[in-house]
Design a binder for this molecule. Structure first.
Ligand code: SIN
Length: 549
């Protein structure tokens, strides 16, 4: 085994918007970013099309934005969080603009804003129609590359957290993180560090149909849960209603901003079905539109997004990402409606974090989709994801600065603030490639049993399959991280015997006021639920695996 390396750098796991922004906020404090891909398109943030929700118009207010977030969240949004985040939104847009983010402006210099579902105003600051995530990421990557305190280890991934438990208080403190190469089978190396910020994305890729980049499969939530961190709202997964149904994995997105521009949803019979289902029709909250799309697909009435009347040929210039998708798929959006289907898009649940972005373990912070802050409740308001990532990256960075002693030459004699020492871990060959069949079985299980519509029998079946998968893949820690998140989602969905927001139970189709609160769970608790299911299904069944930590 390779000897542990020790660093004064804060380790940031992930390389999306939250990770880059936090690294810049922490500067000049040295950080080490663990990035599974070269910086850029591997992160979900770069795939975000809509933009950043912020009350920038004179006629809009943070209070209205907060009200919309709470209404969409179906009774489980933390009002204090919604108020704080929506108040901060404007500041972050101005700061991103100052960094160079090329937001769309009108001839008077005002931000051009898109309208997205369940927002009471056009409130989404955008870039070139559907390029917001990509362009903001480009801006931040350039700034990160120019910041000497930030070292990026491209082609590496985190596998496990090292923790120390105080015997008197029983508090657990994170003391390091095991990493390995993400592009080759290698042994892991332990990096000991003063603190870790997890900003490594959500869980969409745990599902067979997803809009998330291929690597985003719940690994970061899983590794935190395996170290003992508390998880919140795990059952709330958001499915996007308009992933383009063209057979690609991941499924390309057709941004909700298209519906904000007047695009409609029709089925194979040409019926505009949303009009009968909600007063806001295509701009109803995302969970409602997604269930309607799913029902049309299940009924064999092929739902489609029709941009023809609203945008005509302009769709090609104004929405370049969609134009590219359609060209690849042989669809002409100027002449034909675009086939769409639901796809797992965003995990409202994640690692429970407080207002400072702290997780339940000491010296562990979280921001971005891996976090569950209480902003999204059971159904995230569109384009609040990037906003939350910005707000919590800054708060976590400030809290890290206030909690951990600064790195000084007195404390670390060889330390140079101009050029903080870099880490160059060498990874011994070993480990094993992930079993692609096992990954597909996991993803299909989640789609079949823990997807848009759930019931007790299906959720129990999923827990049984997940137990089998863990046993057969017990040597593969990255897979175990994914499985841990899948178990947390499934066990939490089993516990929530009602329907709310993104969580729909066929056997409990109504909301139940006694469940109108956030859920909290540890992996140990989720495993006890799994054990009960295994025992009642197969009384002689072995208990599920125990975690190593
Ligand atoms: C979209 O552009 O439709 C997605 C935006 C989001 O998920 O926030």
């Amino acid at each position: 085994m390779t000897a542990p390396l020790t660093t004064e750098r804060i380790v940031i796991v992930g390389a999306g918007l939250a990770a880059l922004y936090a690294a810049l906020e922490l500067a000049p404090r040295p950080v080490l970013m663990i990035s599974p891909e070269p910086l850029g398109l591997g992160a979900s943030s770069a795939w975000a099309q809509g933009g950043v929700a912020a009350a920038m118009a004179a006629s809009d207010t943070p209070e209205a934005h907060s009200r919309d977030a709470r209404a969409a969240g179906a009774g489980t949004v933390d009002p204090e969080v919604a108020e704080m985040v929506t108040q901060m939104a404007r500041r972050h847009i101005l700061d991103l603009t100052a960094l160079g983010a090329p937001f769309d402006r009108d001839p008077h210099g005002n931000y051009v804003m898109s309208r997205e579902a369940a927002h009471s105003a056009a409130r989404v600051v955008r870039v070139k129609g559907d390029q917001a995530g990509y362009q903001i990421m480009e801006t931040l990557i350039e700034a990160v590359r120019a910041t000497p305190s930030i070292q990026v280890l491209e082609g590496t991934e985190a596998l496990r957290l090292e923790t120390h438990t105080d015997l008197n208080s029983e508090n657990k403190t994170v003391t390091g993180v095991w990493i390995r190469r993400s592009d080759a089978a290698t042994q892991p190396v332990l990096i000991r560090c003063p603190g870790v910020l997890l900003a490594g994305g959500g869980s969409g890729g745990l599902y067979a149909h997803t809009t998330n980049p291929p690597r985003i499969r719940g690994q970061v939530i899983g590794l935190a849960a395996r170290a003992g961190a508390r998880i919140a709202d795990a059952e709330f997964v958001q499915f996007h209603p308009t992933a383009v149904d063209c057979g690609e994995d991941p499924a390309p997105l057709a941004t909700e901003a298209l519906r904000g521009e007047g695009a409609t949803l029709i089925n194979a019979d040409g019926i505009r079905f949303m009009r009968d289902l909600h007063p806001d029709a295509e701009l109803a909250p995302r969970d409602i539109v997604a269930r309607a799309i799913f029902a049309e697909t299940q009924a064999g009435r092929r739902p489609m997004l029709d941009t023809r009347a609203a945008l005509g040929a302009e769709v090609l210039q104004r929405f370049p990402a969609l134009a590219e998708t359609c060209a690849r798929a042989g669809i002409d959006p100027v002449a034909q409606p675009i086939p769409v289907a639901v796809a797992a898009h965003y995990h409202m649940g994640g690692i429970e974090t407080d207002l400072q972005g702290r997780a339940s373990l000491d010296h562990l912070w979280v921001s971005g989709e891996a976090a569950s802050t209480g902003l999204h409740g059971a159904n995230r308001l569109a384009s609040n994801g990037l906003l939350e990532a910005l707000v919590y990256a800054r708060r976590a960075a400030a809290d890290i600065a206030g909690t951990l002693a600064p790195v000084t030459c007195e404390a670390v004699p060889e330390y140079s603030p101009e050029r903080p020492p870099e880490l160059h871990p060498s990874f011994a060959p070993g480990g094993r490639e992930m079993d692609a069949d096992a990954v597909q079985r996991l993803r299909q299980t989640m789609t079949n049993h823990v997807g848009m519509r759930r019931d007790e029998a299906g959720l129990q079946q999923a827990l049984i399959i997940l137990s089998d998968l863990e046993i057969t893949q017990a040597e593969d820690e990255a897979f175990l991280n994914m499985c841990a998140t899948a178990i947390l989602i499934t066990a939490s969905a089993l516990q929530r015997r009602e329907s709310r927001g993104g969580h729909f139970r066929d056997d409990f189709p109504q909301p139940d006021p006694t469940f109108a609160q956030r859920s909290h769970i540890t992996l140990t608790e989720a495993r006890s639920i799994q054990t009960r299911v295994l025992h009642s299904a197969r009384p002689t069944q072995q208990a599920p695996r125990k975690d190593t930590q």
